[in-house]
Each structure stands twice: as structure tokens, then as C-alpha cells.
Ligand binder design. Structure first.
Ligand SMILES: [Zn+2]
Length: 200
């Protein structure tokens, strides 16, 4: 197997690995936060922690029943509880319930008491405007995304206004945005299987 001899490729491949933990089939995105050449956190797109997650039910995870019991909702059958919360994974509600991978990286270091100031975020595509705000506020100084994924992810022009906000914000705030042109075709193909880009 080929040795990875480049740090950008190493961290980008980690971000792809993290993305595979996301249960959201329409936006499997992962991010890795790096400081002084060490990973200080990682994150993937998913429902806010500690709340009932409809994807857990759909993936038949035991965690769903455990969460219901833990919250004292065991008067609900699993199916009933799922009916009550299933819109959390659907637009537009999902925008309120889901935390993006980039934001999750920042929240994770905040929880652990690690400074994100001066760190670099590796992620698959240019962050949304809300995550861009979090990254700027947290002192992230560089964001590195994968050109080959970004081009597919943002192929619909409807995203251009949001993308432009992120690009303008980063430029004014002095956050370096690097779009890495790197052939990782086998990984992109793997992820693409799980993503309906038309519907993102
Ligand atoms: Zn975002």
C-alpha cells in the first residue's frame, strides 16, 4: 500500500473517514481540527447530541431504545417515539436539529477545554455561512477543503449566494481558505455512493 507522504492528504483522508460516521445519507461530511500538527478534534454531520435521533431508529440501533428508557419515555413504543421525532431528519426541521461537522469540531474542543485559536480545519467542502461564523469566532486561522469533493457538492448554483458569504467572511476575517486539488478518487467514489447531491 502506498505511503501517505503529505500531511494535507493525511488529514483530508481522516476527514473522509470521519464523514462515514454520519448517519445523514444526504450530507455525509466530516471535519478534522488540527493544531501544531496534531488532531485536536473531529466531527461529522449529525443530530445534536443527547436528543432522540430518528436515524438511530432507522438504523435499528439499540441506542434508540436505550435513549428512550434513559429519558423516562418508555411509555412510548419505539415506533411511536419515532413517529413523533422523525421530522428532525427532514428539511426544513433538520436545519434546526442537525449540527454540522465543522461546528461539531469547535464544540468538541470547547467541551474539552482545548484552545482552537490558530488551528486549521480540514473538511470536504466549503463550510456553510453558520459554520463559517463559528470557525471565525473560535479563532480558526485556516480552512482546507478538497476540490474534487467541493466541485460535486456545490454543483447546483442555488448554493452560490451562501458560498459567497462564507468566502467574503473568511477573506475579511483573515481566515485562509485553501482548496486542495488532490486526486483521491477511490475515496470520493466511496462517499458519492451515499450522497444524493441533487438533494443536498
Ligand atoms: Zn455548516
Amino acid at each position: 500500500m502506498k505511503v501517505i507522504d503529505n500531511w494535507n492528504e493525511y488529514y483530508l483522508r481522516l476527514a473522509y473517514l470521519v464523514a462515514r460516521k454520519s448517519k445523514d445519507e444526504s450530507s455525509k461530511i466530516g471535519s478534522v481540527l488540527v493544531k501544531n500538527n496534531s488532531v485536536i478534534s473531529s466531527g461529522y454531520n449529525g443530530i445534536c447530541a443527547k436528543v432522540l435521533d430518528p436515524w438511530d431508529y432507522e438504523n435499528k440501533l439499540e441506542k434508540f431504545s436505550e435513549d428512550i428508557r434513559e429519558k423516562g419515555y418508555d411509555f412510548y413504543e419505539n415506533e411511536k417515539a419515532y413517529e413523533k421525532i422523525k421530522n428532525r431528519k427532514l428539511r426544513p426541521y433538520k436545519y434546526m436539529w442537525v449540527s454540522h461537522s465543522e461546528n461539531n469540531c469547535i464544540c468538541q474542543v470547547a467541551k474539552m477545554g482545548i484552545s482552537s485559536n490558530g488551528s486549521t480545519l480540514y473538511t470536504l467542502a466549503i463550510p456553510c455561512d453558520r459554520c463559517a461564523v463559528s470557525l471565525i469566532q473560535a479563532g480558526v486561522s485556516e480552512v482546507i477543503v478538497h476540490k474534487q469533493f467541493n466541485d460535486i457538492f456545490y454543483q447546483s448554483e442555488k448554493w452560490n449566494p451562501i458560498l459567497q458569504v462564507t468566502i467574503d467572511m473568511f477573506e475579511e476575517a483573515g481566515v485562509k481558505l485553501k482548496i486542495l486539488d488532490l486526486s483521491l478518487d477511490e475515496i470520493v467514489l466511496l462517499v458519492r455512493k451515499n450522497i444524493n447531491y441533487e438533494n443536498v
